[in-house]
Ligand binder design. Structure first.
Ligand code: 1GP
Length: 250
């Protein structure tokens, strides 16, 4: 919890000095053993990942989230909750992406779950990172199904930009464009470019389907400030390390 209260300033100052950031996503449901996870966390940290996101689309056990947050603490990287539901909250993380799934058809995912979570977030004293979450893609993903989203077609960046602008005007500090975990394709750079040109200095997070360093670099070149990878860490950690190094060398 040593990063608590300093996470936003750290991210903001890195972006302001022109750096691009990488967040490693750990899904508690996919962790096979603590030893294995410890090894992976050490590798992504050594490669330069900037923070560890903890979360998944399904219900999780708070103990699993807490165990991951404690491991991250020992590596001195910020742990940031990325909850798929209220069950993803733990008092041991540094911060939380307090997300509103803006293009859900169900008000529960726009503000309902947040109302259930807010008193816990306060009680746990988590640092809050207000985030407008927008699902993009021409395929169903876990998050679009679970969140009852109406994903924005890849060929309609102007709609993505309108959502992102609305998030900015509502005071959100981050916009997260999500293609879905394990997406067949990441969001195209042309889409990112249109969105970033509208929201200026609001931090733009991009994730879903990023599996190699060249793709990650194209996304940051197009305007992504932060790249998130999850699946490639689970499936091919050496490729994940290439992605991290590619983003950090940009
Ligand atoms: C999912 O954006 C993240 O929420 C990461 O996606 O698992 O495809 O890397 P991947």
């Amino acid at each position: 919890m040593r990063w608590r209260g300093r996470v936003y300033n750290y991210i903001r100052s890195e972006i302001d000095r022109g750096a691009k950031l990488h967040f490693s996503l750990i899904d508690p449901e996919k962790v096979s053993s603590t030893e294995e996870l410890q090894k992976i966390l050490e590798m992504v940290t050594d490669a330069g990942t900037d923070a560890i996101l903890i979360g998944g689309s399904l219900q999780v056990f708070v103990e699993d989230v807490t165990n991951i947050a404690k491991l991250v603490d020992s590596l001195n990287k910020p742990s940031i909750l990325f909850p798929g539901s209220v069950s993803g909250l733990s008092p041991y993380a540094d911060a939380i992406l307090f997300i509103s799934l803006l293009n859900s058809d169900d008000p529960y995912f726009i503000v309902g779950a947040q109302v259930y979570a807010a008193p816990l977030v306060r009680r746990f004293k988590l640092e809050v990172l207000p985030t407008g979450y927008v699902i993009v893609g021409d395929w169903p993903s876990s998050v679009s199904v679970m969140g009852r989203a109406r994903p924005i077609p890849m060929k309609k960046p102007e709609i993505g930009a309108a959502y992102a602008l609305a998030a900015k005007y509502m005071g959100m500090k981050f916009v997260y464009l999500e293609a879905g975990s394990g997406a067949p394709h990441p969001i195209p750079p042309s889409f990112i470019k249109v969105v970033k040109s509208c929201i200026d200095d609001t931090a733009l997070i991009v994730g879903g389907g990023v599996r190699d360093s060249d793709t990650a670099r194209e996304l940051v070149k197009a305007g992504a400030d932060i790249i998130v990878t999850g699946t490639v860490i689970e499936e091919n950690v050496s490729r994940a390390l290439d992605v991290i190094r590619g983003v950090k060398r940009f």
